[in-house]
Design a protein around this ligand. Structure first.
Ligand SMILES: [Cu+2]
Length: 181
């Protein structure tokens, strides 16, 4: 067990309350997946989870939302039972945020909190429109037996994938995490 999450589960209000942001990540380490890249599987270090100089293990909570064009407030139709597709994409509560990384390996813990959209994420180099490959190391079940090199990851609502992206030798470059579903 590694990348877990929790959210409000009030009956008939789960989607709405999660949509409002009542959700969080819950990370577990053990003697193999230690959070310290000098021990165990040597996955990128978690550090204290804050300091960008020691934290190379980063949770990214993806969701998409609708904002009322008049008020700018979050919109959610309580009577729509068919789901909702947002036109704004958020990571950790911010629309289209930027993450500055060092030219090294990172672990990204990707979670889709929905409420309805499936994602297939690519790491895109906009200068030549190519996608950069990376390593998938888990499904939302657990770590995979071996890392798998992929060009994209697909994950549906409430699912998680952990990936390793190596930015070595890519100083000064920009990449987009792009959903193509
Ligand atoms: Cu749940």
């Amino acid at each position: 067990m590694h990348s877990l999450w929790y959210h409000d589960h009030r009956i008939d209000h789960t989607a709405e309350n999660t949509y409002k942001g009542l959700a969080g990540t819950y990370i577990l380490f053990n003697e193999f997946d230690t959070g310290d890249e000098t021990t165990g599987f040597r996955l990128p270090s978690f550090g204290d989870g804050q300091n960008p100089n020691t934290n190379f293990d980063i949770s990214m909570v993806f969701n998409d939302k609708v904002f009322d064009s008049q008020t700018g407030l979050l919109a959610f139709d309580l009577f729509n039972q068919d789901g909702i597709l947002g036109d704004k994409f958020l990571v950790n509560g911010k629309i289209n945020p930027v993450l500055h990384v060092s030219p090294r390996r990172y672990r990204f813990r990707w979670l889709n909190t929905g409420p309805s959209r499936f994602y297939q994420m690519f790491l895109l180099d906009p200068t030549n429109n190519s996608s950069k490959s990376f390593w998938q190391i888990s499904t939302d079940g657990n770590l995979l037996e071996k890392p798998v090199q992929v060009n994209s990851c697909r994950f549906s609502v409430a699912e998680r994938v952990d990936v390793i992206v190596d930015f070595t030798g890519l100083a000064g470059k920009t990449f987009y995490i792009e959903n193509r579903l």
